[in-house]
Write a protein that binds this ligand. Structure first.
Ligand code: 4NP
Length: 156
């Protein structure tokens, strides 16, 4: 099972989900069965480490983020089984890129959080204060736990 998390810049939200999920997968002993990556729909931050505020929020929770920003491309549609968008705008961009394709599955991250409302998004923290980055981490942590449970069901 190959999973790619997607936001706009690939320096805040999707690298957070990527790092959180990678740790959950490793802790579950499933690193051979589940691979995790992330990308942005925009090309603004290619090659960059995650935003310093994103890295600090993750580091406070014991997660070191080392991913380098990259842009999601059409070729990625063949490289993943599940593409997980952080918000409706990026989900829409992915749907446009996919055209009429039925695979890979394109879904919203918070659809895996049973406590989140239908259609809930991970809001872009980039232009806001530090609290937004903590919130992104919390949202990713809850949703990735649900995502792992979902994937385990699929792997059975
Ligand atoms: P991300 O946050 O999509 O969660 O990585 C953003 C990072 C950078 C920009 C927008 C959102 N930007 O406009 O550069």
């Amino acid at each position: 099972m190959r999973i790619c998390f997607v936001c706009l810049g690939n320096i805040c939200r999707s690298p957070t989900a990527h790092g959180v999920m990678q740790r959950l997968v490793a802790d579950a002993g499933l690193s051979d069965a589940i691979t995790v990556d992330s990308a942005g729909t925009a090309d603004y931050h290619i090659g960059e480490l995650p935003d310093e505020r994103t890295r600090a929020a993750a580091r406070r929770r014991g997660v070191e983020l080392t991913h380098r920003g990259r842009q999601f491309t059409r070729a990625d549609l063949d490289r993943f089984d599940l593409v997980v968008a952080m918000d409706a705008q990026n989900l829409q961009r992915l749907r446009q890129l996919a055209g009429g394709r039925t695979t890979p599955a394109l879904v919203l991250l918070r659809s895996f959080d049973p406590t989140a409302a239908p259609g809930a998004e991970v809001p872009d923290p980039w232009g806001g204060g530090d609290a937004g980055f903590e919130e992104v981490f919390d949202q990713c942590e809850r949703a990735c736990a649900g995502l792992l449970a979902h994937v385990r069901e699929q792997l059975r």
